[in-house]
Design a protein around this ligand. Sequence first.
Ligand SMILES: Nc1ncnc2c1ncn2[C@@H]1O[C@H](COP(=O)(O)OP(=O)(O)O)[C@@H](O)[C@H]1O
Ligand SMILES: [Mg+2]
Length: 235
Amino acid sequence: MVESLLECRAVTKSFGKLVALNHVDLTVNEGDMLGLIGPNGSGKTTLINCISGFYKPTSGSITFMGKNIVKSKPYSICKTGIARTFQVPRPFLRLTVLENVMVSAGGDRDFALKCIERVGLSEIKDVQAKNLTFHQLRLMEIARGLASKPKLLLLDEVMSGLNPVEIEESIKLLEEFRETGMTILWVEHVMRAIMKAADRIAVLQEGKKIAEGKPKEIANDEKVIAAYLGERYTL
Ligand SMILES: Nc1ncnc2c1ncn2[C@@H]1O[C@H](COP(=O)(O)OP(=O)(O)O)[C@@H](O)[C@H]1O
Ligand SMILES: [Mg+2]
């Protein structure tokens, strides 16, 4: 049997009375491009925070490469091979693109340059982060994620705030990632993007996973349509 890369079992996270995640099971296998969707406040970012060690689940287990990581700190989780982006980018504003990415690459300049090339920012590698457009900042965040050579990359709404042209470019980039067999758990609200570029999609509603399947199955799932899509999504 092939062991899965990441196993979330009955992951629950409460904030006082609010149950942000309620017994969520999620499996990510090597090479998966797993999308995670759900209405605002359904717990998507909370799950990313639990997996990356920024929050400690109230109960449940998270296993990465066979090791329970619920008690691990973000830094050591990153070292074991999970990288993440933030819904709101957190760059070092006074550093250049290259310098920002080098920080995540542990100072490896050549590898940082490769990551920058991968996301299409080579031409502006010497520009300070404070002078980037929002789209460029998002791409730099992805490059920083790649720079730690993760076995699993967590992306949190990397398309929010982008215009339609930028979204198309980002879809292409993520499709390239999928083709090259990267393992990605990708939270997104741009439905068109996730329907096109994910292999599988899980759906959260009020902290519970209500569906999981191929994009086509999810687009036609009555529960998902009622909870989220509003109307049938045409692929
Ligand atoms: N640090 C926190 N303290 C209190 N409540 C939180 C915290 N983080 C998230 N929440 C709450 O948990 C719920 C899920 O939030 P979140 O995971 O950010 O949703 P999503 O990313 O799906 O929009 C929301 O009701 C949010 O207000
Ligand atoms: Mg969120």
